[in-house]
Structure formats: C-alpha cells, structure tokens
Design a protein around this ligand. Structure first.
Ligand SMILES: Cc1ncc(COP(=O)(O)O)c(C=O)c1O
Length: 458
C-alpha cells in the first residue's frame, strides 16, 4: 500500500464540490466540443487541469492580502515583495507581472527577433508560443532519457549538453539571443534538472556570451528534488539550493501561480541594466507600472509570503509525497506513467494505454474526455493537441514523441480520499481502454490550440 504523507496543515475553510450524474457529464462534454477547457467548473468533481493558480492560500497569505497597499507607484507591498525576491533569487532587477506568460511576452519582446533561436531543455506551451509569436524558433534539447517513460533517471529534465553545444555551433551564437532551461520540466513530465546540469548549461551559454534565463515556475520543487536526489545537497535547506540554482543564471521568468502558491502573479528578473530598461518600458506599455506589473498591491503581498511557504521543507515533503502516493496507486493497477513521478503532476502515458489511436487522432484527448465521463475528473492533454505543429521549413506535421495526460495536483487542495477516487476511476478506464476512440478537430486556432479547439469523436 503506497504511503500517504499526513498534511502539514489542517482545514479551516471548505469549498463544496458536487459529482454530477453520468447523463449530465455526457451533455456537458458534448456542449464543450469535447474540449475539457470549455467545461464549466461546477460540473467537475476533481479538477486536475492545472496546478497553476488553483492552490489553497494559507492563513498568513490571506492576512497579507489585507495589508495590500494599492498605491499606484512605490507601494509598500512592492517593497515587501522586492525583499523576498532579492533574498531568494538574488538578481539586480525585477518586475512583477500578472502571470508567467506576461513575463515571457515581455522577455520575448525585448530579446527575440525574427529568425533567431531559443534553446531550452523543453519550452512549455506559452513560452514556445511567445517565442514563435516574435518570429523566433523554440528548440527543445532535453536528454534522451526524457522520452522513455519507464526510465528511472533522477533528473530527466536535464539538458543534453552534447546536443546543446552542437546546436549552438550549428546555429551560431549570434542567432541565439538567450538560452533557457525550465525547472522542473513541465512539458516533459514535471521532471527536475540537477544542479550539476544547471551549472554546466550556464557555463556553456556563457562561453558563447549567450544570456541564460531560467523558466522558474516550479523552482522550489526542483530544489527539493535536488536535495533528495543529488549527492552533496541532503543537508541543505531548499532556499539555499534555490539560491545556488539562480546564482548561475542571468535572469528568470516565473509564473508565481505555482511554487509561490498564489492565484495570480508572475515575476521577471535580470542582472543586465539595459535589458531592465527595455523590460520596464514594455511592462509599462502592456502590464502596468514597474512596481505592480498588472497586479493589485494585495497580490504582491500574498506572493511575498507564498514564496517562502513554497520553499518550506515540511510542505515540500508532503507535496512530493502526495504525487508519489498517487503514482503508487496507479502503478499497482499496471497503468503506465512517466517514471519517476514529477513534483506537481502525474503524467499518464496515453500513447501506451491507447496504442490503437494514432497521433493524428489524439490518444491523450480521448483519455482526458473519458476521465471526465467516468468520474467528472478534469485532466489536461499534453500530446499532439497541444504540441503537434507544422515544421517551420517543410510544413510537414511534427508530432510530439509522447502522448500524455497530465494530472496536475493543486497545492494544499485535495486529500487522500480524492486521490483514491481518482486512481479507482482511472483503473476502470484502463480495463476498457480498447473501446476508446480517437477525435478530430472541428475547429483549431494556429497557436495554443488546446485552449479553444473543438472536437468530434471518431
Ligand atoms: C513551465 C511553465 N512556464 C510558464 C508557464 C506559464 O505561466 P502562466 O500560466 O502563469 O502564464 C507555465 C504554466 O503552466 C509553466 O508550467
């Protein structure tokens, strides 16, 4: 029996949820065009669409909201956030943004020019799309082990250093305005990156004078994985590990909706004075003044508190323990998932579960729809719906190597019995996997199509 870690908190406020009937689920998913993004939250029992902005804030965060200073410029809230950001991340400049993609948009507006390339281990969908939207080319160079779901490599988010060096040589450093790495690697299973790899990536980028930015959405979970798995870090606190991770970078962009445990917010930081000037101008044009970046003062305060709570060791042990527990329940039923489980989510191997559904008929979409029909569970396809795209040179459709369904666990939100219910529902689907059918688009936009596409069952 997998171990469930007792929560290091107790519940003070509850939010009711309701299991709607199978007939209501059928009607709801058809009305949504078989896209779970178009479902109404009231029709969902367990919502694992994302861990982004969906966590529960603590009593200290709610208390901090009340101290929000709503001054347009130079608010006290900004300075409280500044203190936390400087303490943890240590960059010379930072701006708040309303969420991660706003930080990516501003960074791309300042650095990405048409025809240039931006390598990373794996870009997440919004980073990928923001680079493409500026005419750039996002390039994913994660290690090969990342594509083998059963491989137990402890740091499957690592960059492949041989591929990265070859890519820089081939493309020319002048065509690479920045290099990135995503910690943890959300698009590739929530897998961590080792400190050794971060250090090596930084050194390689810097040897070619390429600025190095971290996509830091889940930096605290990454730091805790380093503590658990990388020799030499067992006795270090997550905050010390985080400080070392960022000491190798020139800047970072971050969705604070993850490891800062807030419902809205983001950060963009850098050391370079010139880049900061351009960033400030873009921010003022698109988001708001530099001391609030599209957020309310109270949001800045909640973030300042949440940044430390996300690094708390008892919280991180519970957080990673919860995902490991769910992975254990699924493994017991022989359900394929990306191993070892990531920090924020379990990634079901939909390609392996539904080998009779080809990439072009979206196996992950089929599984996500079935999870809703079976248990009113909402999960997110991370496969061909999200990532297939025509080659920028030949126009040929390129499919991702893995067809996944992500069960993202909101922070401090669901309990053991919710996870048991989830595992039981997925087990029932696995027993009738051969009956599931694929889907086709009836509408799909060009970029970020998973959000608004509509489908028809085949
Ligand atoms: C690794 C990573 N980067 C960036 C983002 C974008 O953040 P946001 O949703 O706050 O715009 C996400 C969101 O899921 C993410 O996982």
């Amino acid at each position: 029996m997998p171990h469930y870690p007792p929560e290091p908190f107790r519940i003070k406020v509850v939010e009711p949820i309701k299991l709607v009937s199978p007939a209501e689920r059928q009607a709801a998913i058809a009305e949504a065009g078989y896209n779970v993004f178009a479902l109404k939250a009231k029709d969902i029992f367990i919502d694992l669409l994302t861990d982004s902005g969906t966590g529960a804030m603590s009593q200290n965060q709610w208390a901090a909201l009340m101290q929000g200073d709503e001054s347009y410029a130079g608010a006290r809230s900004y300075f409280r956030l500044k203190e936390a950001v400087e303490d943890i991340f240590g960059f010379k400049h930072f701006v708040p943004t309303h969420q991660g993609r706003a930080a990516e948009n501003i960074l791309s507006a300042v650095l990405v020019k048409p025809g240039c390339s931006v390598p990373s281990n794996m870009h997440f969908d919004t980073t990928d799309a923001n680079i493409r939207a500026r005419g750039g080319r996002p390039v994913n160079l994660v290690i090969e082990e990342a594509f083998d779901p059963a491989n137990p490599h402890p740091f499957k988010g690592n960059m492949d250093m041989v591929k990265l060096k070859a890519y820089i040589e081939e493309t020319g450093p002048a065509n690479i305005p920045l290099g990135m790495i995503t910690v943890t690697n959300n698009a590739g299973g929530g897998q961590p990156v080792s400190m050794e790899n971060i250090k090596a990536v930084a050194a390689l980028y810097h040897s070619y004078n390429i600025p190095f930015y971290i996509d830091a959405a889940r930096y605290a979970e990454n730091a805790y994985f380093i503590k658990l798995r990388e020799p030499g870090f067992a006795d270090k606190a997550p905050i010390e590990i985080a400080r070392e991770m960022f000491s190798y970078a020139d800047g970072f962009c971050m969705s604070a909706k993850k490891d800062a445990i807030v419902n809205i917010g983001g950060l963009l930081a850098m050391n370079d004075d010139e880049i900061f000037k351009h960033v400030s101008n873009e921010l003022i044009l698109r988001e708001g003044f530099v001391s609030y970046g599209g957020l309310a003062g109270r949001d800045l305060d909640a973030m300042a508190v949440g940044l430390y709570e996300g690094l708390d060791e008892d919280y991180l042990a519970y957080r990673l323990g919860q995902t490991a527990y769910l992975a254990g329940l699924l493994r017991e039923q022989g359900i394929g998932l990306i191993e070892p489980p990531g920090g924020h989510a379990i990634y079901l191997d939909a390609g392996a579960l539904l080998p009779h559904i080809p990439h072009a008929e979206f196996p992950g979409q089929s599984l996500a729809v079935e999870m809703y029909l079976e248990g009113a569970i909402r999960a997110c396809e991370i496969g061909s719906v999200m990532f297939a795209h025509p080659d920028q040179d030949t126009g040929e459709m390129i499919y991702p190597r893995l067809e996944l369904v992500r069960l993202a666990i909101p922070r401090r939100t669901y309990t053991q019995s919710h996870l048991d219910y989830l595992a039981e529902s997925i087990g029932k689907i696995a027993k009738r996997a051969g009956d599931l059918r694929g889907y086709k688009f009836t509408y799909a936009p060009e970029l970020l199509r998973h959000f608004t596409a509509r489908f028809e069952p085949l």
